[in-house]
Design a protein around this ligand. Structure first.
Ligand SMILES: Cc1cc2nc3c(=O)[nH]c(=O)nc-3n(C[C@H](O)[C@H](O)[C@H](O)COP(=O)(O)OP(=O)(O)OC[C@H]3O[C@@H](n4cnc5c(N)ncnc54)[C@H](O)[C@@H]3O)c2cc1C
Length: 471
């Protein structure tokens, strides 16, 4: 998204001569709706400090918090700490994977590059490393990760544990680049695994939800450092949808954001280039997002006017092009908090499902203003990967953190389910063990490995009991 500014919108509302009327009609409702959610207490009755996730929907008061400096120390902690023992990365998951009233464990002291091989472009990294720190560290040795998600705040372990992904032709999610992994089990044993050594642990725990043990380091198959050209353009949604199969073939990375109630979408493509560097400017996505919110606030109950004004403003936005190394361009800042549901669908179901979701939102939820994100991900063979053995098209629906997201479950998720979707492990969904067993052909094998590594379920919090034991 780019230069559609709040000022441009205000002017558009004024020119239409309806801004004040629109504002008057909904001001009361928006005043009531647009409020900071009630924050949980900073500490509980026993003085335990609050932990909460990025969006604020998941929280807990852990009895113990720990940040080991070494694998030896970690093993000891795993042996003696009260359960549930929950590893945390940067707390950017929306689902309640992390909350624990027992032990919260971070690898913030186990970060950085361990070693690398210039010939194969492989690098071994400690699992607490944040993606944002890994980018420059890899660039310094002439490497880059194969792809990156929309933000780079995640830890390496947190990203792989939920199947975090970007978008792109033939490009797998982050865990698809792992060639070897080291994990400390709940009993404190350290296991090195890859496709030859302990392959069952490698297959089950690569996307492991932090339920198989604590990943301490991974070896990533990276690629030589590239420069890419990133192009952002606003186009009518129908044109984007029609071009989508071709766009997916033409570009290394491609995605689009549908802007509901505007008939327009923003496409973003990235391709390897020799063009000279043209760095990205200051981030304007937030301003665009707040402009969309304002348009909603004013014209929620006059959707045709909302559509007309938005379409006129959006049509004026020129395409944008920047050139730089991929790690500087692929991820973005997301200062406006939100909640999110994302499902991964068989690729041929993606556009039919998108049309249903868009139609349902535009018919029943005129309060929605957040863009809907559409991406593609290549298959892999990790047993709990949502992309297991199938090329996937993802669809993500967001809700402003101050506003209700019940429609994720009542309206959006049933559409995804009808299209055989698998939920993103880190994003909101309502599935339990029985549903998941039907979606994952190797579910029973993964469950058996989990039981063998953690027979007493010391790493399972309430949420994970629902995921693994509710059958
Ligand atoms: C603004 C925003 C943008 C996002 N964009 C994307 C995107 O583009 N693509 C995408 O796929 N997802 C995206 N996500 C989701 C996010 O990538 C995932 O939820 C990811 O798991 C978060 O990583 P984290 O480091 O914060 O891990 P946490 O959320 O802290 O933990 C995630 C899981 O990893 C486990 N874990 C953490 N450390 C370890 C360890 N050392 N060993 C074993 N398990 C561990 C935890 O127990 C938990 O189960 C986004 C989220 C937000 C808030």
């Amino acid at each position: 998204m780019n230069k559609w500014t709040r000022r441009g919108l205000l002017a558009a509302g004024g020119v239409a001569g309806v801004g004040v009327v629109g504002a008057g009609g909904v001001a009361g409702r928006n005043f009531l709706r647009d409020r900071e959610p009630l924050a949980p207490a900073a500490q509980d009755a026993e003085g335990r400090l609050l932990w909460s996730n990025w969006s604020g929907v998941a929280h807990a008061y852990p009895a113990a918090r720990t940040a080991p400096q070494s694998e030896d120390e970690l093993s000891e902690i795993l042996r003696i700490s009260p359960g549930p023992i929950r590893p945390v990365g940067s707390g950017h998951s929306f689902t309640a994977l992390v909350p624990s009233e027992g032990t919260l464990l971070t690898l913030d002291n186990m970060t950085g590059l361990v070693s690398h091989d210039p010939a194969t472009h492989r690098a071994t990294v400690r699992a607490g490393t944040r993606l944002a720190d890994l980018g420059p560290a890899l660039a310094a040795i002439g490497q880059e990760m194969v792809n990156l998600p929309d933000i780079n705040k995640q830890s390496v372990a947190g990203a792989i544990s939920t199947g975090t992904h970007g978008t792109g032709r033939g490009i797998q999610a982050v865990h698809g680049s792992i060639v070897a992994m080291r994990i400390a089990t709940p009993s404190g044993e350290i296991i090195d695994c890859d496709r030859q050594t302990r392959p069952e642990v490698f297959d089950a725990a690569r996307v492991g939800l932090g339920a198989f043990g604590v990943v301490t380091q991974v070896t990533l198959q990276n690629q030589p450092l590239n420069r890419i050209v990133k192009r952002v353009a606003v186009q009518p949604t129908e044109e984007v949808i029609e071009a989508w199969p071709a766009l997916r073939q033409q570009h290394r990375n491609v995605e689009f954001y549908v802007l509901p109630f505007t008939d327009h979408s923003v496409t973003i493509t990235n391709d390897v280039t020799d063009l000279p560097v043209r760095p990205r400017g200051p981030d304007v996505d937030t301003e665009t997002l707040m402009a969309l919110k304002q348009l909603r606030d004013w014209f929620e109950f006059t959707p045709s006017l909302r559509r007309r004004i938005a379409a006129a403003e959006l049509a004026k936005i020129p395409p944008e092009e920047v050139v730089d190394e991929g790690w500087k361009l692929l991820s973005n800042e997301r200062p406006v908090r939100f909640n999110e549901i994302e499902y991964h669908l068989p690729i041929d179901a993606q556009i039919p499902a998108l049309r249903e979701v868009l139609n349902a939102i535009e018919t029943h939820r005129k309060d929605v203003f957040f863009p809907i994100e559409v991406r593609v991900i290549a298959p892999d063979d990790a047993w709990l990967s949502p992309f297991h053995q199938r090329e996937s098209g993802s669809i993500a629906v967001h809700a402003y953190y101050r506003e209700d997201y019940d429609f994720f479950f009542s309206m959006v998720e049933p559409i995804f389910r009808r299209h055989d979707g698998r939920p993103h492990w880190g994003k909101l969904h309502s599935l339990k063990a029985r549903d998941l067993a039907e979606l994952y052909p190797r579910w029973a094998d993964a469950a058996e490995v989990r039981r063998a590594l953690d027979p007493q379920g010391r790493m399972l919090n309430d949420y994970l009991q629902g995921i693994f034991l509710d059958d």
